[in-house]
Write a protein that binds this ligand. Structure first.
Ligand code: PMP
Length: 375
């Protein structure tokens, strides 16, 4: 009889998987609820859904799915390059931007190297770092005295950069805090960090951002060959279910990422939908307008309940429920409302809620009021 169990590589032994937002179907199954009565504000998805142009492209492309996609994503890269004023050779497509973050870790990190990121930063950074056997160096977040509370403190991050540091991850804005780093702070950081260190600026939510001091990191790619900007079609473009994101970098870095990329990492329908989505500025603008109103609606609701929240530039907002948030999350589930507990991000009293339609936001606020009142 075999007694030995299969042994993972050492870094995998202590790895905790990413905890996604609870799927609607799962809660419906567990509570015997009608899925149509469930409100999910847990994964920063676009409540408007994708552009109708993307939907039409998927419908048309459907007939060809027996064929592999274009492994180089020529048409999408061409369109992105024109839109972003970069060369096609600077773009790496991913199965979501998560895939690109993984590629970066596989190319630049491993045993004997470290990655720097901030306290409360997006959970994929520690996972991608640990999975390849690299060490995480975590910089404390701003305490509120000289920068947005809970936000990345770039000076503290710079102080964490050591001889073994190969990658720095900066989420701008960050998930789950919604906090951002200013143009001046990011510029200063890029100037100060050694050129051998890859700086990833993760702009998953950039299309939503409305802040004067928000940097256009793409404009700095020429000056900093160690800079990688990552973006996604999952958020403002409403294509989370299809999985498509990208990195923009120097052509040399893109060539390195391409060495470890799966040959057909972005599927045929995702490529078509992303391409079509880029043509629909009106849908993007409608998504921004809805988000702006939703952030205001949620902020107002939180103020009315006497709750503190973290000002956010994303399509989500983290609210301090004034007590351990886990039981509040669980009570909301029973009312058919899914949000996201963020204790695993070092924020045990916060819940992160994605901006939904006005009706969804209102339903969440009403349920939260009832739960906090003990109903
Ligand atoms: N970066 C940040 C900051 C995110 O919040 C997310 C999604 N949760 C991602 C990257 C990855 O998104 P996707 O893989 O869908 O592009």
């Amino acid at each position: 009889m075999q007694t030995m169990r299969p042994e993972p590589m050492p870094p995998i032994e202590g790895l905790t998987p990413y905890q996604p937002g609870k799927p609607i179907e799962e809660l419906a199954r567990e509570l015997g609820l009608d899925p149509r009565r469930i409100v999910k504000l847990a994964s920063n998805e676009n409540p408007l859904g994708p552009s109708p142009k993307a939907m039409a492209a998927i419908t048309q492309g459907w007939a060809e799915i027996a064929r592999y996609p274009d492994g180089n994503g020529f048409a999408l890269k061409q369109k992105l390059a024109a839109k972003l004023s970069v060369k096609m050779a600077q773009i790496t497509l991913g199965n979501g931007s998560n895939d690109v973050l993984d590629l970066i870790a596989r190319v630049f990190l491993g045993p004997g190297r470290s990655a720097v990121f901030a306290e409360h930063a997006f959970a994929v950074y520690p996972i991608a770092t640990q999975a390849v056997g690299a060490r995480a160096r975590v910089a404390p977040a701003h305490d509120g005295s000289c920068g947005p509370r809970f936000g990345h403190d770039l000076e503290a991050m710079l102080a964490q950069v050591a001889d073994d540091t190969a990658v720095v991850f900066i989420a701008n804005p960050n998930n789950p805090t919604g906090t951002w780093v200013s143009r001046e702070a990011l510029w200063g950081f890029l100037k100060a960090v050694p050129g051998r260190v890859i700086v990833v600026v993760d702009e998953a939510y950039c299309e939503y951002v409305e802040a004067e001091d928000y940097p256009n990191a793409l404009a700095w790619l020429e000056e900093f060959p160690n800079l990688i900007v990552t973006r996604t079609f999952s958020k403002a473009y409403g294509l989370a279910g299809l999985r498509v994101g990208y990195a923009v970098s120097s052509p040399e870095v893109a060539e390195l990422l391409n060495r470890v990329r799966q040959p057909f990492n972005v599927n045929r329908l995702a490529l078509l939908a992303a391409e079509a989505a880029l043509d629909d500025e009106a849908h993007l603008e409608a998504s921004r307008v809805l988000n702006r109103a939703g952030l205001a609606q949620l902020a107002e609701g939180f103020r009315a309940l006497g709750l503190d929240f973290i000002p956010s530039l994303g399509n989500f907002i983290a609210v301090d429920v004034g007590r351990e948030a886990g039981p509040v999350f669980a009570a909301l589930l029973k009312k058919g409302v899914i949000v996201r507990p963020v204790a695993n991000y070092g924020l045990p009293n916060h819940l992160r809620v994605s901006v939904g339609t006005p009706e969804e936001n209102a339903r969440f606020l009403a349920a939260l009021e009832e739960v906090l009142a003990g109903a």
